[in-house]
Design a protein. Structure first.
Lengths: 400, 395
């Protein structure tokens, strides 16, 4: 689809300005020089006291802190970090912006008084970096914010951010003289949660190549036969094998699981798993380690799977004993996708958030959970992205 | 403020609806975050306030949900390390270690001894850097009452930069190092690096009394943190809270000693435990761990064995490396607690499912239990003392 480039707005140079005082100024010899000096003074003031509002979300925020801290000390440029947008001139977006966060960023940007500038710090803010194709990440903040300076890097060094600030000073001075143009946002790009308008023209892509073909050429499918490089098994690395205590093994035998499988946790009938958790807690496995659910489609479509296997969820649990010689007890429960699993929240309080996460991302429902809401995605989300049919290459930004 | 806190319940019920707590509808709802300088990233809490006292706290995370687990299903195993670096971005190397150790366990690869010792040395240096940042930003959270909370912040970053310089010497990056590979390490230690490390350790050790005077021995700091945010040890275990937060609640548990990995079975690790369970206990555990890490770093440097830094077979793992079908869980002790990797493989070159167990998520899940009864200013202190990193909470 052909897209018109965003329109450009020239800075108002005051050419159409009519005011009695202005006329007096023009007619009085020597005064224009004075106002030009005043304008220089104003632009000097603007550039030498840029107060920053840090929109620091992730790793770049740490480098931003390092920039403000002792070694680089950005204070000497007159840059002061303000925690409120109402007192700031420059917003530094440092870190990945997700679709859940983007509306908040826009709101904070709108709360900043004019004149204001924006610096995109780091490759996530510039383009989304390697998260750009995923379902939850905004592919670059310039899809909804007017960015003045891009500071590349992952993360950029403090010196790079400092250089970016100097480039911004330069830009502001040129803007004051009317030399520069400011890019204006395409209103269509402001649909932040679904930024579906391509940035580049279709013409830049080879006309014989479709988007699908281009993507396929970027991710070649590897031939199964060529040098699989499966490493022959040798002795297990020391200290890595989870220590399974005799008590856990005895408990499993009591529940009808004869032996521990070599390549995974033992599978427990869904009806018994709450009982197992209670018994293990009594045995000293008092720490909840993790709950990990996975989605397994019906066996037919999957390589190396039993064709009779129905679509199911496998939920794996891990508990730990505390203190020297800590032992890990892990088990799994298999249920068809339509069926819920009994919650562990009554036994381990920490199962609450873990099960919410698995519900949100994988789609497992937990019966009896006190508060089964989404935790990572927005509350109105409809998908469970860690299911196998959900594409890893998403739809947000096919053009980047 | 202390008088209010002692009346706090030992374990409030976080599931009580706000209507039952507040039939007259007199409470004030305060949205704390997601952009707030003391949320350590992007994190939101809905605080229901009676005056200044928190009655109910509802945390909301996911503002930095970058879909790392989905991305890891798409990429091959050798491509994972630069991705997981970004999870816990204050101690990135520990993320790499967790993921490559899971792959090594599945491949039954033996890591050379020198590589394991290097990993342990890196992990301890990361612990120092991470705890310095935690102490510094915690003082920033506590604010100007400390006589300029930013003083400690500036001091801590001064020393943190020294450690980042050491890592830059080895890997070329200040952070996001991508220095661990399946089967070993990518970069060997440069010549003369050990002497540099020792010089830095000496500097930090000499300045430790300065930090102690600014933080845990400071009377204002103590008043601000003692008896604030008391987390019961049993509740901490149930929630899966690990690391310094758990040890501050009186539970003597450290995977470096209790389920040794890397080279921790070859050296003696002293575990710092405090009994208060409050913000002060969490701070003194961190300061004590920095001291212990300084000692461990010296031990690892002195005993650093010679030899290869990568397992010989295969000499180079490529994108096509396949891992046989199976499941494994590997947990290691990072500065924030137990970082686990649950890896499910299906015999191809991509992971079938990769679940990262972030210690910070479990630490934050304690908030609905420990916040009620304290004031809003205490909430800032409690959140800062848990030292969450939102990158690994939301992933």
């Amino acid at each position: 689809m052909a897209v018109t480039p965003p329109p450009l707005r020239t800075v108002d140079t005051g050419a159409g300005f009519r005011h009695p005082l202005y006329q007096v100024m023009l007619e009085t010899p020597g005064l224009t020089v004075g106002t030009a000096a005043l304008d220089d003074l104003l632009s000097w003031g603007l550039t030498k006291a840029m107060w920053i509002f840090p929109m620091a979300t992730s790793c770049c925020g740490i480098e931003f802190m390092a920039t403000a801290a002792s070694r680089v000390d950005i204070d000497r440029m007159g840059v002061i970090v303000r925690a409120t947008p109402r007192q700031a001139d420059v917003m530094v977006v440092a870190g990945t912006i997700t679709t859940k966060m983007a509306p908040r960023v826009l709101k904070l940007w709108e709360q900043m008084p004019e004149p204001k500038w924006c610096i995109a710090m780091g490759s996530c803010a510039i383009s989304g970096d390697f998260y750009r194709n995923l379902y939850s990440v905004v592919p670059g903040i310039d899809t909804f914010l007017p960015v003045d300076v891009y500071v590349p890097g992952c993360p950029p060094n403090p010196e790079a951010l400092m250089h970016g600030m100097m480039r911004l000073q330069e830009k502001i001075q040129r803007q004051r003289k009317g030399e520069n143009v400011v890019p204006e946002l395409n209103p269509d790009l402001l649909k932040i949660t679904q930024p579906s308008v391509p940035r580049l023209n279709e013409a830049t892509r080879s006309p014989t190549q479709t988007l699908e073909q281009e993507r396929a050429s970027e991710n070649p499918t590897l031939d199964e036969e060529t040098d699989p490089l499966v490493v022959p098994p040798s002795e297990p690395a020391p200290g890595l094998a989870p220590l399974v205590g005799a008590d856990f093994q005895a408990l499993l035998i009591e529940l009808g699981v004869a032996e521990l499988p070599k390549d995974g946790p033992p599978v427990i009938p869904a009806a018994q798993h709450l009982e197992l958790a209670r018994r293990l807690k009594g045995l000293g496995y008092r720490q909840l380690v993790t709950i990990a659910a996975s989605h397994w489609p019906a066996g037919k479509g999957r390589k190396g799977a039993d064709a009779a296997e129905v679509e199911h969820h496998e939920i794996a649990y891990a508990l730990r004993t505390v203190g020297p010689g800590s032992r890990l007890a892990s088990w799994a429960v298999k249920v068809p996708v339509a069926e819920p699993v009994l919650t562990l929240a009554g036994v381990f309080a920490g199962a609450d958030w873990q099960e919410r996460e698995q519900f949100d991302l994988v789609g497992v429902r937990f019966a009896g959970h006190p508060d089964l809401r989404r935790i990572m995605q927005t509350e109105n989300a409809t998908t469970h992205p860690l299911r196998r049919e959900f594409p890893a290459d998403a739809h947000l930004a096919p053009w980047r | 403020m202390t008088q209010l806190t002692v009346t706090a319940q030992k374990r409030p019920n976080p599931y009580l609806s706000i209507d039952s707590l507040d039939p007259e509808s007199e409470l004030m709802l305060l949205h704390f975050g997601p952009q707030h300088p003391s949320t350590h990233g992007v994190f939101r809490m809905d605080l229901y306030l009676d005056g200044e006292i928190i009655v109910k706290a509802v945390p909301h995370c996911g503002y930095l949900h970058r879909a790392v687990e989905k991305l890891c299903e798409k990429l091959s195993y050798v491509q994972l390390t630069p991705i997981v670096d970004k999870n816990d971005y204050v101690a990135p190397m520990t993320n790499e270690q967790a993921i490559v150790m899971a792959c090594e366990a599945m491949l039954k690869l033996e890591v050379p001894r020198r590589a394991r010792w290097m990993r342990a040395l890196f992990a301890e240096l990361q612990r120092i850097a991470s705890h310095l940042l935690a102490i510094g930003t915690f003082c920033l959270d506590l604010g100007g009452a400390l006589g300029g909370g930013s003083t400690a912040f500036i001091y801590c970053f001064r020393e943190r930069e020294l450690i980042l310089d050491l890592f830059e010497d080895v890997t070329g990056a200040r952070f996001h190092y991508n220095t661990h590979t399946i089967g070993g390490n990518r970069h060997d230690l440069p010549a003369g690096w050990g002497a540099k490390v020792k010089a830095v350790l000496d500097v930090i050790e000499a300045r430790m009394p300065e930090y102690a005077a600014l933080t845990i021995e400071n009377r204002i700091f103590q008043q601000r943190t003692k008896n604030v945010g008391v987390l019961d040890g049993e509740l901490a275990l149930e929630l899966g809270v690990t690391g310094p937060n758990l040890r501050a609640s009186g539970i003597d548990h450290d995977l470096r000693r209790d389920a040794p990995f890397h080279a921790y079975d070859e050296v003696k690790v002293n575990v710092a435990v405090a009994t208060g369970g409050d913000c002060y206990a969490r701070s003194i555990v961190r300061v004590a761990e920095v001291k212990e890490s300084l000692r461990l770093c010296r031990a690892f440097l002195d005993g650093m064995p010679e030899g290869p830094i990568n397992s010989g077979k295969p000499t180079k793992l490529t994108v096509q490396t396949k891992i046989p079908a199976g499941q494994v869980y590997v947990g290691i002790e990072t500065p924030r607690g137990e970082l686990g990797t649950w890896l499910i493989t299906d015999g191809t070159q991509n992971a079938y499912r990769l679940k990262i167990r972030p210690p910070s998520l479990h630490a934050l899940s304690a908030l609905p239990y420990i916040l009620p009864g304290y004031t809003v200013s205490d909430a800032v202190a409690i959140l800062g003392s848990l030292d969450p990193i939102m990158g690994e909470v939301d992933r």
